[in-house]
Design a protein around this ligand. Structure first.
Ligand code: SAH
Ligand code: SF4
Ligand code: F3S
Length: 458
């Protein structure tokens, strides 16, 4: 099944290549949202490249613009729509420009209707599981066919064999599964990405071997809940096999749902301390059991804290990060105080906090007790204040230490480079650009809550 999908994509790619001929063509892909979308965009880029498109530096410079969208919060969707608005004049100037919209936003009927009615210059939409239909949709648009709005349904098959063109050589996203079955009551993802589907371990391992051979230093395994990976083995076994591959690389993964972090996974992390980054992203969302129950998270504050205890016991020095939602419907002062208490108990290295945003079609959007913007902002400010203090006190002990860092990009200040420690801590240091993409040793001289600053040690 998946073979024929890739074959159909290949046929359409060949037809586009022929249609475009030798003339230069450029594609610009704008990516919104999470790493899953970054990974999908690398597939779109791979297919575009196969069809003869080079990268464009900006939409103005492009013959094809693809917008890979996110729907996780209202703000994410508004950003996409206003970006799309800016392309209207460009399309008027350049009628041959093809504009396609893909990603999570386009899996929702009401958003597709908006695009259909209010954005006539969008030639096609593709939901996240319809990526392989991109070449056919593009071919149609180039041939002047009708606009297409593609939806894949809830359980599309996993497609192997599509080309990928990665943005970086030294870091690679590898999706191990797609979709989500958890239906947290606030979340749109299960509706826009469909049911869980896992890739076979052999396909994942082959991809990992390929990127390692090409010089990749850090692999991040992706899934909405990697713990429910169920290809031909479980996640702990898959991780064990990837960590056992030869080469100078490290492996990360995200995200793990706190309701199911098995001891076997913790044991694999402890066994491969050299290869598996000592970092765990464990989204808390709320520290209140009453709110967790209404979020349909299926763990409690106590079971969450027990998982944290086990992780720290088996992997000393492990860094923990989390996601927190502020202002879930019905969140009382006591509920919020419970979140603050867990924050102070765990002392996370990093938090990502979000104001609750009602999503059409999710149960929480219809719940009583939506929280006023003033209360939500006051709680957010309190949370961030406390976290700044915690983050700084966790960062200070690094001053004077020499750390292994994967240099991954240019810093803001000239002559500086940024990178990440195995714990995923951001480091900015003075170094030549030539170190980007390699592991280096950095002597830390100063600590701020979210960044360590230093110099190359050797
Ligand atoms: N699958 C991952 C994360 C998906 S979305 C997981 O389970 O953790 C990333 C984060 O966005 C979530 O962890 C949550 O904190 C936040 N989020 C999701 N839906 C939201 C909403 N409706 N409003 C505000 N934040 C939301
Ligand atoms: Fe959304 Fe919950 Fe699935 Fe994460 S686990 S993607 S928060 S439904
Ligand atoms: Fe956004 Fe879709 Fe990711 S909604 S957060 S791009 S799974």
């Amino acid at each position: 099944m998946s073979q024929s999908i890739a074959e159909n994509a290949n046929t359409a790619m060949a037809a586009v290549r022929q249609l475009l001929g030798e003339l230069p063509h450029r594609a610009y892909i704008a990516t919104f949202g999470c790493q899953q979308n970054e990974a999908d965009s690398e597939k779109l880029r791979g297919m575009a490249y196969e069809m003869g498109y080079e990268d464009a530096a900006s939409p103005q410079d492009a013959d094809l613009v693809l917008i890979n969208t996110c729907a996780i919060r209202e703000h994410a969707e508004q950003k996409v729509l206003s970006y799309l608005g800016t392309l209207k004049a460009l399309k008027a100037e350049k009628p041959g420009l093809v504009i396609g919209v893909c990603g999570c936003m386009t899996a929702q009927e009401h958003r597709v209707n908006t695009l259909r009615e209010r954005y006539p210059y969008v030639s096609f939409t593709l939901d996240p599981a319809s990526l392989a239909a991109f070449p056919a949709a593009l071919l149609d648009a180039l041939e002047g066919g009708k606009r297409k709005f593609l939806q894949s349904g809830e359980t599309p098959p996993v497609t192997e064999g599509l080309p990928t063109r990665r943005v970086e050589r030294h870091r690679a996203w590898i999706s191990i599964m797609y979709g989500c079955n958890n239906f947290c009551s606030y979340c749109i993802v299960p509706y826009v990405r469909g049911r869980e589907r896992s890739r076979l371990s052999a396909d994942i391992i082959r991809e990992a071997e390929e990127v390692i051979a090409a010089g990749c230093r850090e692999i991040t395994l992706l899934g909405q809940n990697v713990n429910s990976y169920h290809g031909d083995c479980d996640f702990a076994t898959l991780l064990d096999r990837i960590a056992a591959l030869p080469g100078d690389f490290s492996v990360r993964f995200m995200t793990s749902h706190p309701k199911d972090v098995p001891d076997s996974l913790i044991a694999v992390m402890a066994k491969h301390r050299d290869k598996i980054a000592p970092h765990f992203h464990l989204p808390l969302q709320s520290g209140s059991d009453a709110i967790l129950a209404r979020m349909n998270r299926r763990y409690t504050r106590a079971s969450y804290l027990e998982t944290v205890r086990k992780l720290r016991e088996s992997i000393p020095g492990i860094a923990l990060s989390t996601d927190i939602i502020i202002g879930f419907p019905g969140e009382t002062d006591e509920d919020f105080a419970a979140t603050m208490e867990v924050l102070r108990t765990v002392r996370f290295d990093m938090i990502y906090s979000f104001l609750y945003s009602p999503r059409k079609g999710t149960p929480a959007a219809n719940m009583e007790g939506q929280i006023s913007p003033a209360v939500r902002s006051a709680r957010m400010a309190e949370l961030l204040d406390a976290q700044n203090e915690i983050a700084l006190s966790l960062a200070l002990p690094y001053v004077g230490k020499t750390l292994r860092v994967l240099a991954d990009g240019k810093g803001k200040m000239p002559g500086t480079v940024t990178g990440r420690t195995p714990e995923n801590r951001l480091v900015s240091f003075e170094a030549p650009e030539s170190v980007i993409g390699e592991f280096v040793r950095v002597k830390i001289e100063r600590a701020e809550p979210f960044v360590l600053r230093g110099v190359l040690a050797d």
